[in-house]
Ligand binder design. Structure first.
Ligand code: GDP
Ligand code: CA
Length: 312
């Protein structure tokens, strides 16, 4: 089987570890979110691609969920000693090496998709990891604070402000001109099943769906999604702040409606959300907490089984 999964960072990466465990003989292509990407200290940083790569490659800081295990922060301290901004984004020394390699290759003219492949040659994630696009498109957040109404990079809102200032809207800068990365549309066309993991529906999955051509390609497929919202709250992180900004309630029902029945064929919700329903969508309730690999693999297996039932 060829499984295509979209993915953000932590939620997507953890789910993929379960998916790979339950489907070891299947081919898995991951389309990763690059809307979080940012240039810092002259280096190109792709947080979600790296979280997937490190998690599946065994290099992730497990407790934190992002960044490298056994990390040190000498470079960050030295930059701070020079007073160089920003100091709110925590890049570790080992992680810096990844961004240096990526930036060197970008400078040499390689597209992000080939660079990601080169980085994965070291990490062997066991999936084919593709950025959603080789074209730069970054999520910006419209806020009003003491400086007035302005747009800040998503990372500034998420990491520096911890989403404490209300987002008025999001703008995926550059998306109109962006094309899906080479391989993305072919992978979708070739997929037997498409999975939407429990990633952030606005700034992870929602971003990928905005790249021209991707959503249309997906609607022709059997797509099963896993709710990132359980009992009216995100399991981890601040997805509620993102949903509120686009006028969507933080519930498994509202996220399903946001994705729409033209896209979604099957929707996994937690037991407390068993009343969720939408015409044209098969909803199944089961435990959705990814607390260990076995639990996560069971969720991924349920998604695959539901997809297979839908294709029958
Ligand atoms: P990010 O890019 O690092 O923010 O990660 P993602 O976008 O991939 O995933 C974030 C989402 O994962 C959040 O909205 C969480 O609610 C969701 N999430 C995290 N852990 C779990 C879990 O154990 N179960 C479910 N169902 N969702 C989870
Ligand atoms: Ca992210």
């Amino acid at each position: 089987m060829h499984i295509v999964s979209l993915a953000g960072g932590i939620g997507g990466a953890r789910f993929l570890r379960g998916l790979r465990a339950t489907a070891p003989d299947d081919q898995i292509t991951v389309i990763g979110n690059t809307g979080d990407d940012i240039t810092l200290f002259g280096l190109r940083v792709c947080p979600d691609l790296d979280t997937v790569m490190y998690t599946l490659g065994g290099g992730i800081d497990e407790a934190q969920g992002w960044g490298r295990a056994e990390e040190t922060h000498v470079v960050k301290e030295e930059l701070a000693a020079y007073g160089v901004e920003p100091q709110w984004f925590g890049l570790g020394d080992r992680d810096f090496a990844t961004h240096i390699v990526r930036s060197q290759m970008l400078e040499a003219g390689y597209p992000l998709s080939q660079i990601t492949q080169a980085l994965c040659a070291r990490w062997q994630p066991g999936v084919r990891l593709l950025p959603m696009s080789d074209d730069r498109c970054e999520t910006h957040v419209i806020i009003t604070d003491e400086h007035g109404k302005r747009a800040v990079h998503f990372q500034e809102w998420w990491v520096r402000l911890r989403a404490s200032v209300a987002a008025e809207s999001f703008a995926l800068v550059g998306v109109d001109q962006a094309k899906p990365a080479p391989g993305v549309l072919d992978a979708i066309a070739d997929a037997d099943v498409v999975i939407l993991p429990p990633s952030n529906p606005v700034v992870s999955i929602g971003t990928i769906l905005q790249v021209p051509g991707i959503r249309d390609a997906l609607t022709a497929k059997t797509v099963v999604g896993v709710s990132p919202i359980i009992g009216g709250a995100p399991v981890r992180g601040m997805a509620d702040a993102c949903l509120t900004a686009i006028g969507v309630e933080t519930s498994a029902q509202a996220v399903l409606e946001l994705y729409g029945s033209d896209l979604i064929g099957g929707w996994l919700v937690a037991p407390e959300d068993a009343s969720v329903a939408l015409d044209g969508v098969r909803v199944e309730a089961r435990p959705l907490l990814m607390h260990d690999l076995d639990a996560t693999a069971a969720i991924a297996r349920a998604a695959l089984d539901l997809a297979q039932e839908l294709t029958r």
